[in-house]
Design a protein around this ligand. Structure first.
Ligand SMILES: Cc1cc2nc3c(=O)[nH]c(=O)nc-3n(C[C@H](O)[C@H](O)[C@H](O)COP(=O)(O)OP(=O)(O)OC[C@H]3O[C@@H](n4cnc5c(N)ncnc54)[C@H](O)[C@@H]3O)c2cc1C
Ligand code: SF4
Ligand code: SF4
Length: 901
């Protein structure tokens, strides 16, 4: 469905005016948070009201454990901030890295830990809601005899009418109340009826789970819980599915906070070997236990759990983890399961149409057996996983909806399975994902005509004109309406994991300035560069999206492909000159001689002004701001300083190890190249410095792929004979490892792939080196050091090694800063191409560094170093990881009375 307009609201006033505008003209209005729902409930044909810019925590009360929060905040960010006070919000949908509070409220979301903390409806104190009537409703629970309740009913006729309907139909509601532990189907009039029985007008219950069809939330007061002191995560592989059903009630007796299952098909689909899952595991359980007090012994609990499981044949011994990082690893496959299934087949996609059923927990094995038989008879691969402790199963068949036969199977499965869940299991068709457009058709079957009629009346009370999210929840349209066949043939699962890490989305909070949005734009059949230039040129090429995407989509590469169709002319001139390494080196040496003149504040301001008209050809926001901490250019460049190590084209290698220094280490006088060479020497290596061209990253970023390939070919030749090619720069590391993609399908591909195997970042090299040189504190007093993980090094898979090195350094207290894995906004020349955006991006990094208390930030990318030196407060030093290492080795040598190298 294509909307007519998208509005990014920034205040309650915006929400109010937009809703009144839509009501006055009868335009459908759909609220949207992160758009991760699986039911089509945040799309609409009228106005999309996107709440992403309302993302603040307004107040936290530590003592009373509540917080007032806006609806656009991402759950993971909310919890990261609450964690500083030892608190968290209990409900935890697996999409927590990307979904936002507004969507969680409107879907009554739940997750693996609902077992312990309940769903969203159990954790909300108060909601502030904009109604179609134009009034604002502060919805909380009131005692029925409270005069405030009477006043509220008087001033909100829709609430008054709904309350009268609930009072009149309390018996019907009790009779039809779902008997399973979770339900998000229909309106939660049951919650109101339960409140009535307790003498309460429990208003939040009505709106939570209403999917944007009754009003728009601008704020919620949520209840918080203490973060557990410690947590145990266990993975248990059962040989027989039936045994899981038997074991679950016993495991529930240990009061786990989470109990999750993945069936055999799911394990096959996600790849058993990739996740270390035994071939004969028929079902895998993930269990979690929390320790609230110091007296709880989690090891003892683990033993009790193992004792329960040992009664059944297991495919391997129970795996346990207590450390947060290891626990996160165990959860990783489970949390990203749905988008990961997109990797399975280019045509068959995981389709959500029976994805959220709930049955009594003890009957979950019976349900899985039934489903396996059902899909077996259809010959459809299916993944079945979910919150077994609540009896909530996610069922995701893989189908090609563009194939007529598969389409028919989908429609048949929709009706047969939902019917069976209701008639045979007495369950619910929807535990937590919401009804949306997918299940609306089946809501009458779930509750019967009489109760459905009550839902329709409630909807009319609040929204007589049907403006709020029509087609969602209360609708007679079949679920097959509006299926987007083109979208279903694409590779992206729309899970938004990439948006959660995209630095551009972080500052703009608008889908057209986001990784997921760009995927849509650049893969659209009507794509035109001219219409999309503004957004396609805004990507930093930081590759964070590629690292995060569970479906294996590389949005940055798709954007580069589009840019390659329109290379930037000015960048082309610069890079052509840069490709002539001799002349370019001479030019920079000439500039270096006069740097003390042109790099003065006044001159830099003048340079900024006079260069703007030309730099506009790089991008509309391009400028050489005088605030950029430009590196010192080298008068004597690295290759000259280490002339004895250089080799010329065609010369036989003198060493097995070559150093690919790249442009920055050669031309800048920043000590990085010298440090890499010194570190290698300390490890007993005298590296060669073969002739080399730019690895190609910045060149490709500006669309000049052929020029990047020209340089890459030279590099392939120059480094072909070396066993190991050491790098210091994050971007060079990634680009060299990625040459295989650059030359995909071309004669150079196999040589490029071979080179990728031999490239090692200096941190990888040191961590794997057999030599363990002595280290000593480099500074007089202990230094607090943190690590900024450069995006390209992360994309190259080098994340642990630099941290491991820093943790080992004597005289250093290593602290992991928040957001260490987030882009700092430097990205090659991005801080020139769009200085203002790059500064908005680095602001978050500055806060993270400040909160860590570190006085030194170690990193491994020249562009990150410039960006951090520009954006961090003056008291914080920035160094390359090789420099930090070299200083420690030299200190050890000084202590031992040796001459420094
Ligand atoms: C990989 C993956 C895993 C998932 N796992 C879970 C899970 O474990 N548990 C679970 O419950 N869900 C899960 N989901 C579904 C979904 O992520 C959640 O339901 C999530 O809470 C939706 O939040 P959102 O911010 O994406 O909302 P959106 O998709 O943007 O919106 C959801 C609904 O909320 C409404 N809405 C949004 N903001 C407002 C507002 N301010 N006022 C009124 N209405 C509003 C929208 O109109 C829409 O009806 C998963 C999804 C994915 C992709
Ligand atoms: S590109 Fe990947 S991470 Fe981004 S929305 Fe699509 S599937 Fe999710
Ligand atoms: S490369 Fe970086 S800026 Fe570009 S879409 Fe991906 S995450 Fe966003």
């Amino acid at each position: 469905m294509e909307p007519q307009a998208v509005a990014l609201v920034e205040s309650e006033d915006d929400i109010h005016r937009l809703l009144q505008y839509a009501v006055a003209r009868g335009i459908p209005l759909t609220a949207r948070a992160a758009g991760t729902n699986l039911t089509g409930s945040a799309i609409g044909s009228g106005i999309i009201l996107d709440v992403s810019r309302l993302h603040r925590i307004l107040e936290i009360n530590r003592e009373e454990r509540w917080a007032r929060v806006q609806p656009g905040i991402v759950l993971a960010e909310l919890n990261a901030q609450l964690a500083r006070q030892g608190l968290m919000f209990g409900p935890d949908p697996s999409s927590g890295d990307m979904c936002k509070l507004g969507g969680m409220l409107a879907n009554n979301s739940a997750g693996p830990h609902t077992l312990r903390y309940g769903a969203v409806k159990d954790n909300v104190e108060k909601l502030r809601i904009c109604l179609v009537s134009g009034a604002w409703l502060d919805a909380r629970s009131y005692a029925i005899d409270d005069p405030a309740a009477a006043a509220l009913l008087f001033s909100h006729p829709a609430v008054q009418e709904t309350w009268s309907l609930v009072r009149a139909q309390a018996d019907l509601l009790e009779q039809k109340r779902p008997r399973v532990s979770k339900n998000s189907c229909g309106y939660n009039l049951f919650g109101l009826a339960e409140g009535l029985a307790r003498g309460q007008l429990d208003l939040p219950k009505l709106f939570i789970g209403s999917e944007g069809t009754l009003g728009i939330f601008s704020e919620a007061t949520i209840r918080l819980v203490d973060k557990p002191r410690a947590t145990l995560t266990a993975v248990i592989h059962f040989k027989r599915l039936e045994d899981v059903g038997e074991a679950v009630p016993q495991l529930l007796g240990l009061h786990p906070s989470a109990l999750e299952v993945m069936d055999a098909n799911t394990l096959d689909l996600i790849g058993r070997s990739r996740h270390g899952i035994p071939a004969d595991s028929a079902a895998t359980l993930l269990a979690e236990l929390d320790a609230d007090g110091p007296t709880v012994d989690l090891h003892e609990q683990a033993e009790r759990m193992a004792a329960v499981c040992r009664r059944y044949p297991l495919a391997s011994a129970m795996v346990t983890a207590y450390d947060p990082e290891q626990r996160e690893q165990l959860w990783k496959a489970r949390k990203a399961l749905y988008p990961t299934l997109y990797r399975f087949d280019p045509r068959k996609k995981p389709i959500n149409f029976v994805d959220d059923v709930v049955v009594p927990a003890a009957r979950i094995s019976e349900l899985i057996r039934y489903l396996e038989e059902f899909f077996g008879s259809q010959r459809v691969p299916v993944a079945i996983f979910g919150h077994i402790g609540n009896g909530n199963a996610h069922i995701v068949p893989l189908l090609d909806v563009n194939d007529e036969g598969d389409y028919r199977k989908m429609v048949q499965g929709y009706h047969d399975i939902h019917r069976t869940v209701l008639d045979r299991f007495g369950g619910s068709i929807c535990g937590e994902h919401g009804d949306g457009r997918v299940r609306a058709e089946f809501v009458p079957a779930m509750f019967g005509a009489e109760l459905y009629d009550l839902f329709v009346k409630v909807k009319r009370c609040f929204d007589p004109g049907g403006v709020l999210n029509p087609g969602v929840k209360i609708s007679d349209r079949p679920f097959t309406d509006h299926i987007d066949h083109i979208r279903l043939s694409k590779t992206c699962a729309t899970c938004a994991k990439c948006n959660a890490v995209c630095p551009v989305y972080d500052v703009f909070r608008s889908e057209d300035m986001s990784s997921r949005g760009w995927f849509e734009i650049v893969t659209d059949k009507n794509y035109s560069y001219l219409n999309s230039k503004r957004v396609v040129e805004a990507c930093l090429n930081c590759k964070s999206c590629r690292t995060a995407c569970p479906a294996g989509v590389d949005v940055s590469q798709l954007i580069l492909n589009r840019r390659a169709e329109h290379p930037n002319a000015l960048a082309g001139l610069v890079f052509r000159f840069h490709a002539n390494t001799k002349r370019f080196a001479l030019f920079l040496k000439w500039l270096a001689r006069f740097q003390s003149l042109w790099d003065r504040p006044l001159m830099r301001r003048i340079l900024d002004v006079i260069s703007r008209p030309m730099l506009k050809y790089l991008g509309p926001g391009a400028r050489l701001s005088s605030r950029i901490a430009l590196p010192k250019l080298a008068v004597l460049q690295l290759r000259e300083r280490h002339a004895g190590l250089t080799t010329s084209a065609g010369e036989t290698p003198r060493s097995k190890v070559a150093y690919f220094h790249g442009c920055a280490a050669n031309y800048f006088d920043d000590g990085v190249g010298d440090a890499v060479i010194a570190v290698l020497r300390t490890h007993g290596i005298e590296p060669d410095l073969p002739p080399q061209r730019c690895s190609g990253t910045p060149i490709e970023t500006y669309g000049h792929r052929n020029l990047a390939k020209e340089g890459a070919r030279e590099n392939l030749r120059a480094f072909a004979e070396y066993d190991t090619v050491v790098t210091g720069c994050a971007s060079c590391t990634l680009m060299l490892k990625d040459y295989g993609t650059l030359f995909a399908g071309e004669p150079e591909q196999s040589a490029a792939e071979a080179l990728a195997q031999r490239v090692k970042h200096i941190a990888e090299f040191v961590e794997r080196s057999a030599v363990q040189p002595a280290m000593a504190p480099a500074a007089e007093s202990q230094q607090r050091v943190t690590y900024h993980s450069s995006c390209h090094l992360r994309a190259a898979g080098v994340t642990k090694e630099p941290r491991a090195i820093l943790k080992k350094l004597p005289g250093v207290e290593y602290v992991e800063m928040p957001d260490a894995d987030r882009c700092a906004g430097g990205a090659g020349t991005y801080l020139v191409k769009d200085f203002d955006t790059s500064q908005r991006i680095v602001a978050r990094k500055r806060e993270a560094v400040e909160s860590s208390g570190a006085t030194l930030v170690a990193t491994s990318c020249p562009a990150c170093m410039i960006q951090l030196k520009t954006g961090l407060p003056p008291g914080v030093e920035v160094k390359h990881i090789a420099q930090v290492l070299q200083e420690s080795y030299e200190a050890a040598r000084r202590r031992a009375g040796e001459t420094p190298s």
